[in-house]
Design a protein around this ligand. Structure first.
Ligand code: ADP
Ligand code: MG
Length: 703
């Protein structure tokens, strides 16, 4: 066949998709345009991506109950503006509208022009209040093509002042044809294997799906893509790191670590600890830089595991560093490690912001020469002047508090061309689904088990004055028996505060409670106060007094959440416990139950609180984290975009866990086969990834 002439080719219908159509600006009157801009809707494409946050049943006219706020799909029969008789009276338009079940009177305020715009026969979506006796007061309205009969649900959209959900619906309907131009990023093979619709069709199903099932199929298809892209970003970053600098392989037979494990530990390792150590031993032996997240609640024995990794570096003649987010934590780690090292002679140093200049200079020189093999510290460790002779292992505690820049700085401390093995530790038990989303570029290990001898802490909700008095009596009993107690002061509610006033207000609240208890219920005992506004010395003095047994009761803000280890403390009372999150309460509670005695946690708050009830019932932090996730979801306002809990527009955790796991394994397969997504069939996926997270090579997700 002869090829057609050029003129015929140019005249031929253009093949879709033509994504340029999606980049066209929405044409709207000024007020609506403002409202649309506030929602981030400036182009046709952005409008079509603005999926409904809920579907609500459209009611039939006959079924409306007086006082009910509802949406109806109707047709205009007659419409007229009512003359304004008095000054100050609002102009009114009255229409007789009807659906298959019957007519009613709809009133529109302040929009006299509607009488001309909505001619008889126009189909409308009306949202408003049914006032009874056949009268409907309209709040939002828009035209619709949807046939009233047979459509049971109407999409509801996140709206803004200038642009109502009903208007958005009619705008989407008007631009429906542009859905054909939506680009499909998923490779055909992948879509086929999951029986996923094309992207445009999935969006269409979300906007206009005829049944809840159809809408849900559309949502799942889009949610899968959302999850896949996150996983791809994470795994691509990891793949890039893996293919960069190699780590120092720590593969020799253990010497120091063997001695240490046999001779120094005054306890038997838990099965979880042993498994974590075995994993690290084989991982550290390779040149692929370890990037592992070690999760375990406070007291689960992470430090022992971390120290093992650090000592593996030391016994190979290299160095290791542990970086903590605060000086207090660094000091505690330093003390723990000193104790855990026992008789093993390992040169260990502590470097923080308050290390005196002379001492600091000495440490720096010993790190540079390799004379000092283990260092514990804060950010001070990654400052520019700090040089290591041969940093092989870095442990980063509570890594979520570090930014990407700081992590990169740590990398630059390894010998030229090398990357350190990095172990990240967190005491926050992160639900599985979230861990995969937020830390999916890290391998993960969980320490579930509590070390032997660690007792569960009996937990009770304290409600009302009588129970509160009884709670103070319990504290007194414990103190008289030689034990110690914590009183944790309430969080000051965010709404009560100016930005940044939180710490100060907290300090005031704690100080007041301290004074009150010292003169009142706990006047017979020695109280100390600890809050974030105290100077370093004062904090240290307060903690030393409590740790040394010179104080019976520590009245504190949440600064005690991490770090304090006083096995003799057996009771904790938490004020306004319902103001804290589950995991924070659980972490606070972890400050007691660390010794040989039974301990007690008293949560002041309402008996009906599901979060406090969860604390009463459960002791495993990972279990509580899963409960927390479910409760937080339920507590969310209907229709708000998911916030915090995974930053997803469409995926929902934990419900979409299966979808997430599918997306994860799909991403793993894709990255394994094509780490840079360079193959032609992955081009559109790579484009989308770059659009969302920047070049694959960049850090897509902040730590
Ligand atoms: P984490 O860092 O997870 O909070 P640590 O490693 O600091 O926990 O351990 C908390 C305390 O428990 C330390 O005093 C430590 O010596 C002790 N410990 C750790 N592992 C065990 C174990 N298997 N059995 C008994 N005690 C342990
Ligand atoms: Mg620890």
């Amino acid at each position: 066949m002869a090829s057609p002439p050029r003129s015929a080719l140019l005249a031929a219908p253009v093949r879709t998709p033509r994504p340029s159509i999606l980049r066209r600006a929405l044409e709207l009157p000024p007020k609506a345009a403002e409202g649309a801009a506030a929602l981030g809707l400036n182009t046709v494409g952005e409008l079509l991506e603005h999926v409904p946050r809920a579907r609500r049943e459209a009611r039939t006219v006959a079924a409306l109950a007086p006082g009910e706020t509802a949406t109806v799909l109707v047709e205009v029969r007659t419409i007229a503006a009512r003359p304004v008789r008095r000054r100050g009276m609002r102009p009114l338009v009255e229409a007789t509208v009807a659906d298959a079940t019957g007519p009613m009177q709809a009133t529109f305020f302040n929009q006299p022009w509607l009488a001309k715009r909505y001619e008889p026969g126009t189909r409308l979506v009306l949202h408003g209040k049914y006032e009874g006796r056949g009268r409907f007061r309209v709040a939002n309205h828009a035209t619709t093509d949807e046939a009233a009969a047979g459509t049971e649900e109407v999409s509801h959209y996140a709206a803004s002042e200038g642009l109502s959900s009903t208007q958005i619906l009619s705008l989407v309907a008007a631009n429906r044809a542009a859905l054909r131009e939506v680009v499909e990023p998923l490779p055909g093979r992948l879509r086929a294997s999951h029986a996923f619709a094309e992207r445009g069709a999935a969006l269409e199903a979300m906007h206009f799906g005829a049944s809840p099932e159809e809408v849900e199929r559309g949502r799942r298809r889009l949610a899968f893509e959302e999850l896949l892209l996150v996983q791809l970003a994470l795994l691509a970053r990891r793949a890039r790191e893996d293919s960069g600098a190699a780590a120092l392989a720590l593969g020799d037979e253990p010497s120091l670590t063997a001695r240490w494990l046999e001779q120094e530990l005054p306890f038997t390792l838990t099965a979880d600890q042993l498994a974590a150590i075995a994993t690290l031993r084989s991982e550290l032996a390779g040149e692929r830089p370890t990037q592992r997240l070690l999760m375990g609640e406070v007291g689960s024995g992470k430090t022992v595991v971390a120290l093992f990794a650090m000592l593996r570096a030391v016994e190979h003649g290299f160095q290791a560093a542990l970086m903590a987010p605060t000086e207090t934590l660094a000091e505690q780690h330093f003390a723990t490690i000193q104790r855990l090292l026992g008789e093993q002679s390992v040169t260990l140093a502590l470097l923080t912001g308050s290390t005196p200049a002379a001492r600091r200079a000495e440490i720096l020189s010993r790190l540079a020469s390799g004379e000092c093999s283990l260092v514990v510290g804060t950010h001070a460790l990654i400052e520019d002047p700090v040089r290591f002779a041969a940093l092989a292992v870095a442990v980063v505690d509570e890594q979520h508090r570090f930014g990407v820049r700081q992590r990169t700085a740590l990398h630059s401390k390894a010998p030229d061309g090398r990357a350190p093995h990095v172990l990240h530790m967190t005491a926050t038990p992160i639900p599985r689904t979230l861990a995969l989303c937020e830390y999916g570029d890290l391998d993960q290990t969980r320490l579930h088990e509590r070390p032997l001898g660690r007792r569960a802490t009996a937990t009770h909700i304290v409600s009302g004055e009588r129970e509160r008095q009884r709670a103070y009596e319990r504290i007194a009993e414990e103190v008289r028996a030689g034990r110690q107690a914590f009183v944790v002061c309430p969080l000051v509610e965010a709404g009560e505060l100016e930005d940044g006033a939180g710490a100060a207000a907290q300090a005031v609240a704690a100080t007041e409670e301290f004074e009150r208890l010292r003169a009142g219920e706990l006047r017979d005992f020695r109280l100390v106060l600890l809050h974030g506004q105290l100077g370093h010395r004062e904090k240290q003095a307060a903690m030393a007094a409590f740790a040394g047994g010179d104080a019976d009761v520590l009245v504190a803000t949440t600064v005690i959440e991490v770090g304090i280890d006083v096995p003799n403390a057996t009771v904790m009372l938490i004020e306004n416990a319902e103001r804290f999150g589950i995991s924070q309460l659980h972490q606070l509670r972890g400050r007691v139950g660390r010794g040989e005695h039974d301990s007690l946690c008293l949560l002041c708050g309402p008996k009906g609180s599901p979060r406090l009830a969860a604390l009463e019932r459960h002791d495993d932090g990972f279990e509580l984290a899963e409960i927390d996730l479910r409760l937080r979801k339920e507590g969310e306002l209907v229709g708000t975009k998911q916030s915090g809990v995974g930053q997803f527009a469409l995926a929902q955790m934990p419900e979409d866990e299966t979808l997430l796991l599918a997306a994860r394994s799909c991403a793993e397969a894709l990255i394994a086969a094509d780490p840079q997504l360079r193959q032609p069939e992955h081009a559109l996926l790579a484009d989308r990834l770059a659009e969302l997270y920047g070049e694959i090579a960049a850090h897509p997700i902040a730590a």
